[in-house]
Design a protein around this ligand. Structure first.
Ligand SMILES: C[S@@+](CC[C@H](N)C(=O)[O-])C[C@H]1O[C@@H](n2cnc3c(N)ncnc32)[C@H](O)[C@@H]1O
Length: 285
C-alpha cells in the first residue's frame, strides 16, 4: 500500500514584518555598505538608515542602482566563465547580502556539486546568508574580515569545503575599494593569490578612479561621514596590480559592462554607468 505523506507547511519569513533575522549585535542607526547595496538591488534586508542613504545616493548619483545591477551581471558572467573553465569551488569575499543569482546558484546551475564559501564582515549579510544556504552542505558562510587572510584561509569552513590542490575561483567583487590604502590591499591580495593553486582564477570589480565624478565622491563621502566606511577609488594601474602574476583573460581589465557582455542586461543605456567600475578575471599560471 502506498504511504501518503502529508507535506509540512512551509514557514516563509516575511522580512518586512518578522524581525527575528536581525542579529543582536547590529547597529541599526549606522548605514552599512552591505545593506545599502541590498536596498539598491531591491532586497529587503535593510533598515531605515540604509534606505535613506540609498535614496540619497540615487538622488545625488542617479545611476547607483544601475551600477549595482551591472556589477551583479558581471558576477554572473565571471562565475559562468570560471565554471566553463572547470572551476568547481569558489571563495567569495565581501559577498554581501544574498540576492538573486548568488554564486552558488549560478555555479551549481552549470555544475551541480560546486562548492562555495561566502565571507562577509557584515553580520546581517552573514545571518541572511546562513538562512539562504541552510540545508545546502556544499555552501558555507563565514563572518570574517578580508584584511585578516589567516582567519579566512585557516577557517574550518574553508578547510571543509575547499581543496587547495584543485583550482579555486576567488571573487572580490565591489569589495577591495572598501579596503583603504593604509590596510595595504596589494599585500593582502598577494597573500590570497599565493594561497591559491595553479589554474585558479581571481575576479575583481572595483570602483574606477578615472571616471569618478563629484556626484560619486559626494555619495561616498556622505556614506563615510555616516560611519558606513570609506570608498577608495583607484586607477587602472593600481587595480591591475591586484592581479599580480595572474594572466588576465580576454578582454583584460576593462570597464565592467565591457567584460564579455552577453545581452542587454549586462550593459546600461547610460554610458556613464558602464564606466563606473573596472572588472577583470585573471588565471594563476
Ligand atoms: C557592495 S557589497 C558587494 C557584494 C557582492 N560582492 C557583489 O559584488 O554583489 C560589498 C560587501 O563587502 C563587504 N565588506 C566590506 N569590507 C569588508 C572587509 N574588510 N571584509 C569582508 N567584507 C567586507 C560589505 O559588508 C559588503 O557586504
Amino acid at each position: 500500500m502506498t504511504k501518503l505523506v502529508r507535506p509540512q507547511p512551509k514557514r516563509w519569513i516575511d522580512v518586512t514584518q518578522d524581525q527575528s533575522w536581525i542579529p543582536q549585535n547590529v547597529d541599526v542607526s549606522v548605514p552599512s555598505a552591505a545593506r545599502v547595496y541590498d536596498y539598491l538591488l531591491g532586497g529587503a534586508h535593510n533598515f531605515a538608515v540604509d534606505r535613506l542613504m540609498g535614496d540619497k545616493a540615487e538622488e545625488m548619483m542617479p545611476n547607483s542602482r544601475s551600477a549595482a545591477r551591472l556589477n551583479r551581471a558581471f558576477l554572473r558572467r565571471a562565475v559562468r566563465f570560471m565554471t566553463d573553465q572547470g572551476v568547481r569551488q569558489f571563495l567569495d569575499i565581501g559577498s554581501g547580502i544574498p540576492t538573486v543569482a548568488n554564486v552558488h546558484e549560478v555555479a551549481q546551475e552549470q555544475a551541480p556539486g560546486s562548492r562555495v564559501v561566502y565571507v562577509d564582515r557584515d553580520p546581517v549579510a552573514v545571518a541572511h546568508g546562513e538562512l539562504i544556504v541552510a540545508g545546502n552542505d556544499q555552501v558555507s558562510v563565514l563572518q570574517a574580515d578580508m584584511r585578516d587572510p589567516d582567519s579566512i584561509l585557516g577557517s574550518p569552513e574553508v578547510n571543509r569545503l575547499l581543496d587547495f590542490d584543485q583550482p579555486i575561483g576567488l571573487l572580490l567583487l565591489f569589495m577591495v575599494h572598501w579596503v583603504p590604502d593604509e590596510a595595504d590591499p596589494q599585500r593582502l591580495l598577494k597573500r590570497y593569490r599565493e594561497a591559491l593553486p595553479s589554474g585558479s582564477y581571481l575576479a575583481i570589480s572595483h570602483m574606477a578612479g578615472d571616471h569618478v565624478n563629484d556626484e560619486a565622491r559626494a555619495v561616498t563621502d556622505r556614506m563615510s561621514k555616516s560611519g558606513g566606511g570609506e570608498v577608495a577609488y583607484r586607477d587602472r594601474h593600481e587595480i591591475e596590480a591586484f592581479f599580480g602574476d595572474f594572466e588576465l583573460v580576454e578582454p583584460g581589465l576593462v570597464k565592467f559592462a565591457e567584460w564579455r557582455p552577453t545581452g542587454p542586461g549586462d550593459i546600461s543605456d547610460d554610458p556613464a554607468v558602464n564606466r563606473i567600475a573596472f572588472a577583470g578575471v585573471g588565471r594563476k599560471p
